[in-house]
Design a protein around this ligand. Structure first.
Ligand SMILES: O=C(O)CCC(=O)C(=O)O
Ligand SMILES: [Fe+2]
Length: 969
């Protein structure tokens, strides 16, 4: 009996029983939660928790009621079935072992899940779902995809040796080129041409493709390859790319780009099935320009395509071991693609696909065709971030001498530290130093629900730290995770979490004790089941209408993601917290300003931004936003901005509307506002004739390399600071401050927004400040601050506002109309007020997008503006610095004492050679810091964890600005 027949049997068993246990509607509480991403964040780690409470895991229940495996098959024919099962399991087990020896890239768990899909596919075909020739009778002579595992032609697995040497070089060359260009060769003016933002929407965002940067044009089984992903060599470039590196002159630039971002190639191995299915959908989504991959899944493009490839294999006419037939195979794959895809791209979003994207798609399918009969895996290459060693964090420009000039104005404690470490001569670039051990042990955990049913995730809690219930244990709802969804939270080793059905608080489905090794946790009701139980469970889901093409795809996608995550972990030592596939930061920044960096020039002279306001020449970095380099502490970057300081207030400040952003109106407004602005804090307003063109320079200094934290002093003028405080305190109305609530931001709503349900805003003591939101359109001053922030991040400010579009049906008018959209990549500014005793304990700002979203939107950067600083006091709503107060009474020092104390922003996991408690940034009025929540390879940066320290005295005002990549939609 082959496994097809076996499945028929299983199906027969499966359909005989009911799985109603699960059929009641448990989605009730899904709808009524607020689905906007915003300030509701839950961070359970913050509640003091020194208990070791460990709840036994034995309590796990399967979500889907199934017959325990020991009882399966009792009754008529049971023995026969059991024998078959046994034989098949032995065979499969042997195959899995053999395979995992061969490939070793993923474990049997993944294999099993991959088999689930094969089973499903075969069953669906048996139900008449497949398009290719089908026979419902096992052993039929009719060629059928169902039989390919038994009736396939014998191929010799193509090895590199079989490929002529010249041809080999070509393949490798092409592989490297594809990889280097992020899977596509750019057309001139095509990428980063933000001038198209006006009428065309966010062209950049639309071009963002998850398959970018993946390379499947590798020899399917390069026998000579020694670069398995498990090799932990720090000469991280794989032999594949090294083999041809430098062979082309234009590669050198790309190579340089990769070096700049510390990107290195990584080979990964994925289970053939479901990865080809999942990736095929992604390529289709790219080709068709569809945002959410699940829309493609529903179109059912995939099955037909792979069936056609199956049919080619079935024909047996292709001898895979010679080059000409390989080319023939590719041609057939091309024609299949032609048949399924529109002949010409229908939108600008698909403009890249016909080029390298399509090439990669063909290579992927070729690997599928070649490996279907003989193997179970496919190979790919991508780039990953290779974090430089801590010994490189203390240095000057490309030489061994520490750059004192770059540290000439240290003031925050971290800068002092860096300076003192260097000046004591303890640390030299080539000196073997190791990172200081950290007293903080928290990190980001990600929970993935591989069930079709939503579950509630609870933290088992700690003791209530203060208040009337102090000392009591409590359980805290982190949030609801939709079926096949995900949620993230910060946590500590030893903490325990559990999930329950949404309708039954007391029914614990699974419980985890957190360890540092496994930050990504899966709730998979199928994982401990036998094959029979699984099929029954899935039958139950199907009957309930919950096991759809989309849920199936999502589950597969998580399985592929997990497999990739293992290779990533081995290669980089970091947990994979993003969703595979995930484009990485590629290509150099397009800049128009050739001003050199000052002081800590990073050596390449290209990291100099131009100001973008108005002219729109600045391009984000490839398809991802720009990230400043942070090679060493004290490194500086110059930022030129035309968004000058407001040194006095206009009499009237009005809310801006869409019309105010119309280019002409905007120009007029900006010119009018010049009379209140200056490039210096000393002068009240700009002087001279060329006020319109005036710019000013801000300096960003690196405070921390890992995570990347940079500081800009005097980012805001005192007038602007006071304006924001007025807004925050309600003195000017418009902003309603309320007690900050927290919940998991990191929730995947399943609608591709990355903004799903969360625990209902609980007034947790983890975040005790008061907050309010202030939109860019609040007034001209706030608008200016947003523009300055865009310059600070080196991104186009127009990405931060509503875009202009033709009003539908208004095409003939030739008039652009402003339409509100959700496309902007920035959230409203969040103002926070902390009073004594208030704090915000360590957390991450990043979010977890839906697995199906082609854009993977996330908060890539945080800009934190300090409104009050150390020693500042608020008198009748007015900020006063110790210096200004000391003019009236007492010394500055004495004055400091009575003002704001504490409230440092801390990055407790910053890698340094000397600090056990991370890097601390003292609030200083007008200063800003930026930090990146993601790494250049698109993964979340777990080290970006940070806290707002407890305020000991006085009032701390800060403002958060979160910027998304690539879009907020
Ligand atoms: O208050 C601070 O220093 C940090 C605030 C913060 O991290 C946040 O609101 O997300
Ligand atoms: Fe934060």
């Amino acid at each position: 009996m082959d496994d097809y027949e076996y499945n028929q049997h299983i199906e027969a068993i499966g359909t005989n029983r009911s799985t109603d246990d699960d059929s009641r509607d448990d989605d009730d509480d899904y709808e009524d939660d607020d689905a906007s991403f915003d300030d509701d964040r839950y961070h359970p780690e913050d509640v003091d928790d020194d208990d070791d409470e460990h709840v036994d895991d034995d309590n796990d229940d399967d979500e889907v009621g199934v017959v325990p495996s020991s009882r399966v098959g009792e009754g008529v024919g049971a023995r026969e079935i059991r024998q078959h099962l046994l034989a098949i399991f032995v065979a499969i087990f042997a195959a899995v072992i053999a395979h995992s020896r061969m490939h070793g890239g993923f474990d049997s768990w993944t294999e099993e899940l991959a088999r689930d899909w094969s089973t499903f596919r075969r069953r669906r075909r048996a139900d008449g779902g497949g398009k290719a020739g089908m026979s419902s009778t096992a052993g039929s002579t009719t060629p059928s995809p169902n039989h390919r595992r038994v009736e396939r032609p014998k191929y010799a697995a193509p090895s590199m040796d079989a490929i002529p040497v010249e041809r080999r070089g070509m393949i490798l060359d092409r592989a490297l080129r594809d990889l280097s260009t992020g899977g596509e060769e750019e057309e001139e003016g095509d990428v980063g041409d933000v001038s198209s933002i006006g009428g065309g929407g966010h062209a950049l965002a639309r071009d963002f493709r998850r398959t970018r940067g993946l390379n499947f044009c590798t020899p399917p089984h390069p026998s000579s390859s020694s670069s398995s992903s498990s090799s932990s060599s720090s000469t991280s470039s794989s032999s594949l790319s090294n083999a041809v590196a430098g062979s082309r002159s234009d590669d050198a630039e790309v190579e340089n780009d990769h070096n700049r971002h510390h990107l290195t190639s990584m080979e990964f191995i994925l289970p053939l099935d479901p990865s080809v299915r999942v990736l095929n959908y992604h390529y289709l989504a790219d080709a068709l320009g569809i945002d959410d991959v699940s829309a493609i899944v529903m179109r059912g493009e995939y099955d037909g395509m792979l069936d056609e490839i199956d049919a080619i294999i079935e024909e047996g006419g292709i001898a895979m071991n010679d080059m000409s037939t390989l080319i023939l195979l590719e041609e057939r794959i091309e024609s299949i693609l032609d048949a399924h895809l529109p002949p010409k791209p229908t939108s600008s979003s698909s403009s890249h696909y016909p080029r390298v994207g399509r090439r990669q798609h063909v290579c992927l399918l070729r690997q599928y065709a070649l490996n279907c009969p003989t193997g179970r895996s496919i190979r790919g290459l991508t780039m990953v971030y290779d974090r430089p060693h801590v010994s490189t964090y203390y240095r000057g420009r490309n030489d061994d001498v520490p750059s004192y000039s770059s540290l000439s104005t240290p003031s925050s404690s971290s800068m002092d530290d860096a300076l003192s470490v260097i000046s004591r001569g303890r640390v030299k670039p080539n000196y073997k130093v190791s990172p200081a051990s950290l007293s903080f042990t928290g990190y980001a955990a990600k929970f993935i629900n591989l069930s079709v049913n939503p579950v509630n995730l609870y933290w088992d809690g700690g003791r209530v730290p203060t208040g009337p219930n102090a000392g009591e244990m409590r359980t805290v709802l982190v949030g609801t995770i939709r079926g096949m969804g995900t949620i993230g939270t910060s946590t500590f080793p030893g903490h325990t979490f559990h999930v329950t059905p949404t309708y039954d608080r007391d029914h614990v489905l699974q419980r985890w004790t957190i360890t540092g090794d496994e930050p990504v946790l899966y709730h998979d009701p199928l994982s401990d089941m036998s094959a029979v139980e699984r099929i029954r469970a899935i039958d139950g889901w199907t009957r309930d209408g919950k096991w759809t093409e989309v849920t199936r795809f999502e589950r597969d996608a998580w399985i592929v993601d997990r497999s990739f995550g293992r290779d990533y972990l081995v290669k980089t030592g970091r947990a994979w917290l993003a969703n595979f596939p995930q484009p990485y930061l590629a290509t150099t920044t397009t800049t128009t300003n050739a001003e050199p960096d000052r002081g800590g020039d990073d050596g390449d002279g290209v990291d100099v931004p131009s100001f973008s306001s108005g002219s729109g020449t600045k391009a984000p970095d490839g398809h991802r936003m720009h990230m400043w380099r942070a090679d060493y502490i004290g490194q500086t970057h110059d930022v030129i901005t035309s968004s000058l300081y407001y040194n006095s207030l206009p009499e009237r400040l009005e809310r801006l509307t869409g019309d105010d952003y119309h280019p002409e109106v905007e120009k007029e407004r900006l010119a009018k506002m010049r009379q209140f602005q200056s490039s210096s804090l000393k002068e009240k307003k700009i002087t001279g004739d060329n006020g319109d063109d005036a710019t000013m320079r801000l300096t960003l200094s690196v405070l921390s390399c890992a995570p990347r934290v940079l500081e800009a002093k005097k980012f805001l003028s005192p007038v602007e600071v006071q304006h924001l405080i007025d807004l925050a305190s309600g003195a000017k109305g418009g902003v309603i401050m309320k007690r900050s609530t927290v919940s998991a931001t990191n929730v995947d709503a399943g609608d591709g927004t990355g903004s799903g349900r969360k625990a209902k805003g609980s007034e947790a003591d983890v975040r005790s400040s008061t907050g309010g939101w202030i939109h860019r359109e609040q007034d001209a001053i706030v608008d200016t601050i947003f523009r300055r922030i865009a310059d600070l991040l080196n991104i186009d400010e127009r990405l931060m506002r509503d875009i202009v579009r033709d009003r539908p049906g208004n095409d003939d008018s030739g008039e652009d109309e402003w339409l509100p959209t959700h496309d902007r990549i920035v959230e409203a500014m969040q103002l926070l007020r902390y009073k004594p005793g208030e704090e915000y304990a360590p957390h991450h700002d990043f979010t977890h997008p839906s697995i199906t979203n082609r854009y993977q939107p996330k908060r890539y950067a945080t800009v934190l503006l300090y409104l009050t600083g150390e020693g500042d006091v608020i008198e009748n709503g007015v900020r006063r610095s110790p210096a200004s107060l000391s003019k009236k009474t007492g010394s500055v020092e004495a004055r400091k004492e009575s003002g704001l104390q504490g409230g440092e922003t801390t990055f407790p996991r910053a890698i340094t050679t000397n600090r056990h408690d991370g890097i601390k940034v003292k609030p200083q009025s007008g200063n800003a810091i930026i930090f990146y929540n993601v790494l250049p390879d698109g993964n979340m940066d777990d080290l970006s964890q940070h806290s707002g320290g407890k305020v000991d005295k006085g009032v701390k005002y800060v403002a958060n600005v979160w910027v998304w990549d690539p879009i907020v939609n």
